[in-house]
Ligand binder design. Structure first.
Ligand code: PGA
Length: 253
């Protein structure tokens, strides 16, 4: 069965003290309230990672994530963070290709393919983001666009490596806008993505790939989104900054 995953993307938010409080609250609520095997991932800014790791402790269903990494292994790349460094502080998941990185930091499909390789070679799990702009959706070209993103950055992988990928579909027009994709729109895209993966890697790999939805997900809409057969969880921005909301989303399966 596919893993159910709810990942919180804190983006560039929270001081260390605020992050400690948020993490402690989430860890306590998950311990007391989450009874199924849904996985929670806290994708904090780099400076929070070791503190969050210590607060997570041995909680079996909470993992640490990063929001980006370098495509290089090590060396003279001032300001960058390598996957080896992330691994050494206990990170398990790395968000790659978030639309904000694609737009504001000019991350291309090719660059993301290199980052995917780095993450996999270090034994961590990429959460690979894809998604179309409003302009593309208005032209009804979203399926071609998003499947092409997957082809360009992931289809060079071996079957074994592809099976380690988590995908997050995040329509750009729904991120931070309060405009969620309807559960039908999410289901349709997730189904198209799964069919696209099956065409390359076979039905079994496609059936085992977790595909998360992201974009203004919150406690009020998560149950309907997560009830869709091809939606295996969420990548949560704004609502992951409030412990009650984030844990309620985790409990929405
Ligand atoms: P949002 O962000 O939940 O605030 O829309 C999602 C994301 O950007 O990952």
């Amino acid at each position: 069965m596919r893993k159910h995953i709810v990942a919180g993307n804190w983006k560039m938010n929270n001081t260390l003290e605020e992050g400690k409080k948020l993490t402690s609250e989430i860890v306590n609520m998950v311990r007391d309230e989450v009874m199924d095997d849904t996985i929670a991932v806290l994708c904090t800014p780099y400076v929070h990672l070791t503190t969050a790791r210590d607060l997570i402790g041995d909680a079996a269903n909470i993992f640490l994530g990063a929001q980006n990494c370098s495509q290089h292994e090590s060396g003279a790349y001032t300001g960058e963070i390598s996957v080896g460094m992330l691994s050494s502080v206990g990170v398990s998941y790395v968000i790659l290709g978030h639309s904000e990185r694609r737009e504001y930091f000019a991350e291309s499909d090719d660059l993301l393919a290199a980052k995917v390789d780095q993450v996999l070679s270090t034994g961590l799990t990429p959460i690979f983001c894809c998604g179309e702009s409003l302009e593309i959706r208005e032209k009804d070209e979203q399926y071609e666009f998003v499947t092409q993103q997957i082809t360009n950055s992931l289809f060079h992988l071996s079957q074994e490596n592809f099976s380690k990928i988590v995908i997050a579909y995040e329509p750009i027009w729904a991120i931070g806008t309060g405009k969620t994709a309807t559960s039908d729109q999410a289901q349709e895209m997730h189904h198209k993505l799964r069919t696209h993966i099956a065409g390359k890697y076979g039905q079994q790999i496609a059936d085992e790939t977790s595909i998360l939805y992201g974009g203004s997900a919150k406690p009020s809409n998560a149950p309907e989104l997560f009830a869709q057969p091809d939606v295996d969880g969420g990548l949560i921005g704004g609502a992951s900054l409030k412990s009650r909301d984030f844990v309620d989303i985790i409990k929405s399966f």
